[in-house]
Ligand binder design. Structure first.
Ligand SMILES: [Zn+2]
Length: 318
């Protein structure tokens, strides 16, 4: 087969009509997956040879070098699924398009699939986007913590209480956030709200060359500055929330968006899966201005290994 150097066509911003037109059939979906998986032309998944023939009838390739037969979805997340590819594509579209995320129940209704299928799909897509960008944050970075869990209407009060008590209400998960102004977000679940944990999080997520780190006045943040990075704080306990451009409002905004997405789409989230939801949220947030999010998510899915259903269920039951 001739080597193809043509890159996967950026289709521009996706919308529902384009989705139906462009990816309404299994064949059309396969064509895009093929371009995403092998932008330089199909290669054998066993020996990497580019001498490949097509078996059109069965949607298979056969390697001229080693005789191996494979499909575009072989070894990927799409493979074992009995679901038609257009439904996969629709699920990806819906999860990308919805700013607050989409629940398994919504997906079940929209795609007309069993709840278990929808749930599995959500988790696979989340898992695939989980290894999102991990490059260190630069510029001006806000760092803050919040607590997730309990009744939504009490959440604000609980947030206030923990600021006064200096610790979180029991049964809640603490989430740390580092947000680069105008850039990406990093979110992580941690147990302890102490100096060691906060400093380790900051060192792990923020470049040593970042210009400024902004936090509230919480003691445990003290000492994070160095010769390259200033540490600026606002004193929330004295009702100071903004001083010039010093504030953690971007972080607060991200927390409230995340909390609304939990209440709106998921209703409840087990703490066990919280990391995965945070990853999905971060991915969506970091890509809020990316017109190719749909294509990029498919690219991650076709590049990621299959997440066994058994493994997920085991997680859930444990
Ligand atoms: Zn081969």
């Amino acid at each position: 087969m001739a080597k193809r150097t043509q890159k996967a066509q950026p289709k521009g911003e996706m919308n529902l009509m384009k989705l139906m037109e462009q990816f309404g059939t299994d064949e059309k979906c396969r064509m895009l997956l093929e371009k995403l998986r092998w932008p330089e032309g199909v290669r054998c998944t066993r020996c990497q040879s580019d001498k490949i023939s097509r078996i059109y009838k069965r949607n298979q390739f056969v390697c001229d070098a080693c005789d191996y037969q494979f499909s575009v979805t072989a070894g990927t997340i799409f493979h074992d699924s009995h679901m038609p590819l257009p439904k996969w594509f629709a699920a990806v579209y819906l999860m990308c398009e919805s700013r607050k995320g989409i629940s398994a129940n919504q997906l079940k209704r929209t795609l007309n699939v069993a709840y278990q299928t929808a749930w599995h799909l959500c988790h696979r897509i989340r898992k695939a986007v989980a290894d999102a960008d991990t490059s260190p944050l630069v510029g001006t970075v806000e760092v803050d913590e919040t607590f997730i869990g309990g009744k939504a209407k009490n959440m604000h009060k609980a947030d206030r209480a923990r600021r006064i008590q200096g610790r979180g209400p029991s049964g809640k998960a603490m989430v740390l956030a580092a947000i680069q102004r105008g850039g990406g977000v990093r979110l992580r679940v941690e147990d302890r709200r102490d100096r060691e944990t906060l400093h380790a999080f900051i060192k792990g997520e923020i470049s040593p060359d970042a210009a400024r780190i902004m936090t509230d006045e919480f003691e445990a943040y003290k000492g994070i500055e160095d010769e390259n990075t200033t540490h600026e704080t606002v004193n929330h306990s004295k009702d100071e929330y903004v001083r010039g451009d010093v504030h953690t409002n971007t972080a607060e905004g991200v927390f409230s968006l995340f909390k609304r997405s939990l209440v709106g789409a998921y209703h409840q989230v087990s703490v066990k899966h919280l990391d995965r939801y945070l990853d999905e949220f971060s991915f969506r947030f970091d890509n809020r201005n990316n017109p190719y999010l749909f294509r990029d998510t498919l690219l991650r899915l076709i590049s990621s290994e299959n997440l066994e259903y058994k493994e997920l269920v085991k997680d859930e039951a444990a």
